[in-house]
Design a protein around this ligand. Structure first.
Ligand code: CMX
Length: 425
């Protein structure tokens, strides 16, 4: 019988621990980064100060998961990606089948979670609902229970993985419930015993299946958003909270609160709004000239053009390319998609003229909204919830590995402005 994810991880952990010990003992003093005043003030951009093995983001290549470009992985199921993030290899067909079956065994959402969600104000943002639901589910944490009983450090990763499975096994059901409760779509739809994670999510949202296309779109969406190394706001927050040995429910909920910011994951809702605003203003897909004018108008009013720019990337985000290719295949005639494609022609030319902008290219959020819109998800505010369902894979795999490796509590040193002034005197 194929090995489980836990068994495979258990096989790998001794070697990973040995490797880390060797690095610290043998090369602990080797300097890998220096910090300038500008970096200390400017969000620590580019400072190398943490380790993340699940994925890396190369400025000129984009997301690379365990050595494989995201574009080579785009047709894989999200479940395969979670396996890859954790183990560094893709599952065999049998391993995948076993993992999918196991994930479903963790699929029950406690009734109290629904009660809490239904009691929230009608005006609550769907991200606040999702994060509250995850925090409410902290009550189920196996890590917390076992830690309270006296868990040995080398064993921390096991109940962390258990919590990760529970969270991953339920997050799509919770997210679908958030959608149906918030937007009054009718009764909750039960998870299926047969469908894969993404297809089941699409079904529970209640989206029209469009001959299987909706499930294909959801698989792509959930695969593309899975992880983006360790330093971005959500991953870094999850890492920091988790480093205090807060369990995965606390840590992922905290990370997702960061994803809910408009400069991070919320950009996808802002981005489609921007695209639709242009269409409303110009009565349909605008001309290149109109779009250019609108981009300047946005910049001159002190706003950002959402979906463009990145803290690390310096090329078109390959995840955007994957969405663009999907749109060209399935949505060629859709005016919203056509506008997104046109924005890609025009906006980088405009942003390149603004000297301070380091990356004029689209990020993942520039195209995803138009696709969701076409498949019946018209509620922009909900888009970051979809992002979150996927990104939970990255955050959870990072946390399990950190527990396995005994990564210490995060505690960088802050300095005062007075201290900085002294240094540069
Ligand atoms: N539109 C207008 N101005 C932009 C811009 C854009 N798309 N991208 C960067 N800039 C501005 C910055 O606001 C900054 O201005 P100030 O110096 O006046 O503050 C200046 O250009 C330099 O920024 P940068 O070094 O190029 O980029 P940062 O690393 O500081 O920020 C990001 C990166 C993503 C926050 C920024 O590009 C941005 O706000 N983009 C629009 C929002 C967006 O799409 N966010 C989603 C990113 C992906 C994700 O995390 O999910």
């Amino acid at each position: 019988m194929a090995k489980t994810l836990k068994e495979k991880l258990a096989d790998q952990i001794p070697k990973l621990r040995e490797e880390r010990t060797k690095l610290v003992k043998g090369h602990g003093d080797h300097v890998i980064s220096q910090v300038s005043v500008a970096q200390a003030i400017g969000g620590m951009r580019g400072v190398k100060g943490m380790v993340c093995d699940t994925s890396v983001v190369e400025p000129d290549k984009g997301l690379i998961i365990r050595g494989r470009s995201i574009l080579d992985l785009k047709d894989r199921l999200p479940e395969e990606i979670f396996w890859l993030l954790l183990l560094g290899e893709l599952p065999t067909a049998d391993e995948l089948k076993g993992f999918q079956k196991q994930l479903k065994e963790y699929g029950e959402v406690p009734k109290y979670v629904w009660k809490v969600l239904k009691a929230m104000p009608k005006s609550s943002h769907p991200m606040a609902m999702l994060d509250t639901a995850i925090l409410t589910m902290e009550n189920e944490s196996e890590f917390r229970k076992q830690y309270a009983k006296g868990l040995a450090k080398p064993d921390y990763w096991e109940p962390t993985l258990e919590d990760a499975m529970r969270l991953l096994g339920t997050i799509h059901t919770i997210a679908a419930g958030v959608y149906r409760i918030k937007y009054k779509k009718g009764d909750l739809i039960e998870p299926s015993k047969k469908l894969d994670w993404a297809a089941d999510f699409a079904k529970m949202l209640g989206l029209p299946p469009k001959k299987g296309e909706t499930a294909t779109m959801m698989r792509l969406y959930l695969t593309l958003h899975c992880d983006h190394e360790g330093g971005n706001v959500s991953a870094n927050t999850c890492h920091t909270v988790g480093s205090a040995l807060s369990d995965p429910f606390y840590a992922v909920s905290a990370g997702l609160n960061g994803l809910a910011g408009p400069l991070h994951g919320l950009a996808n809702q802002e981005c489609l709004r921007w695209v639709l605003d242009t269409m409303e203003k110009f009565g349909g897909t605008p001309s290149e000239k109109q779009l250019e004018e609108y981009a300047w108008e946005t910049l001159n009013s002190g706003k950002v053009v959402p979906g463009y720019g990145h803290a690390v990337l310096r090329v078109t985000d390959p995840r955007f390319t994957a969405f663009l290719d999907f749109g060209k295949k399935y949505l060629k005639k859709d005016p919203v998609f056509q506008t997104v494609a046109l924005v890609y022609e025009v906006v980088p030319k405009v942003l390149r003229q603004v000297q301070k902008i380091k990356d004029p290219w689209p990020n993942v959020d520039a195209g995803s909204g138009a696709i969701l819109y076409n498949y019946g998800l018209k509620e922009f505010e909900y888009y970051t919830v979809l992002f979150s369902v996927s990104r939970a894979m990255g955050m959870l795999s990072q946390q399990v590995l950190n527990r396995a490796l005994g990564t210490p509590i995060t505690r960088p040193k802050s300095v005062s402005t007075e201290w900085l002034k002294e240094q540069v005197k």
